[in-house]
Design a protein around this ligand. Sequence first.
Ligand code: NAP
Ligand code: ZN
Length: 352
Amino acid sequence: MTQVSSYATQSATDVLKPFKIERRIVGTHDVQIKIEYCGVCHSDIHYARDEWSSWSGGSLYPAVPGHEIIGKVISVGGDVTAFKIGDQVGVGVMVDSCQTCHECKDGLEQFCTSKILTYGSLDPKHENNITFGGYSEQIVVDEKFVLRVPDNIDLKGAAPLLCAGITTWSPLKHWNVGKGSTVGIIGLGGLGHMGIKFAHALGCKVVMITTSPKKAVDAKKLGADEVLISTDEVAMAKYANNFDLLLNTIPVAHNVNPYITLLKRDATMVIVGALLPLPDLNAAGLVFGRKKIAGSIIGGIQETQEMLDFCGKHNIVAEVEVIDIQTINQAFDRTIKGDVKYRFVIDMRSLV
Ligand code: NAP
Ligand code: ZN
């Protein structure tokens, strides 16, 4: 075991503070990574504050969040073939899965019911210890869940690709949008800004759908063709029956009906944000137009690698504000207020 520094919270109402954790001995298939950058996903906040108990059974404490990890390999187990010391790598939301179920065999480890999340899972292969995430000095991960980071991309901007990136990339690919598609990205935050970049890069017409008129200029710089203010009923009416796909990143319970109105016949709104009951659904909005609401969660490991390679080829990274770990609690509060352009990334050198 190696003792390393981290930031953890001990309860839903506590703040994150310095905390020592143990990392396991590097096993034969393991990669030990010195963490350089870690993005601050809104999911880290939901988890630290136990806001997902309706489906997760409640957060486990101590909780060390962080699943947008970039770092360098500092040692490898004897049977590791894909990585060597010094490689630049990433780790996202998962660190293991059963590898035998249909989902794993299809490369869709995100749907494996035995997957081990980067933080907040009990890991049966390792004494049922709670997994601890990237707000820490180091992490030890099975090589199957380690990603290669293209050499040419900025590392701080690459960190959010490991969650915000793949979470928006995967549904755009699954629903097969491209040239000729009109895609609406709902919510301009960490996920939303990656959604704009990817939809634009894939050749879609992109409309940013936001509650914040002041973000309109940025949305266009990021690649949106048009901006729709969702609180403006007249503007919303003009866009009725217009979209082939809506990607909904809103992190809280909300009324989905005005967004359903925006879909074309047979089109889909994919929810990736609110993992919560949405009680106000008026099914009539779906029925008249055979419209669909779907969900999506991150993406498989192979797909995550494809996304990273696409980012390398097209030089796509997140827009980030780099912070020291000591300001993480303020960063949580600012994320909730939407006061970040557009992802906080922790420089992990600040930890030691
Ligand atoms: P974020 O950076 O906080 O961005 C969320 C954006 O949603 C805000 O910037 C805001 O954009 C909009 N918004 C916030 N409150 C709203 C409200 N009450 N009504 C309408 N719009 C609102 O969050 P994020 O990191 O992008 O994450 C978004 C959600 O996705 C979180 O719940 C997170 O847990 C979840 N998530 C899911 C997955 C998955 O695999 N499914 C992966 C990662 C994250 P505007 O100002 O533009 O309106
Ligand atoms: Zn995340």
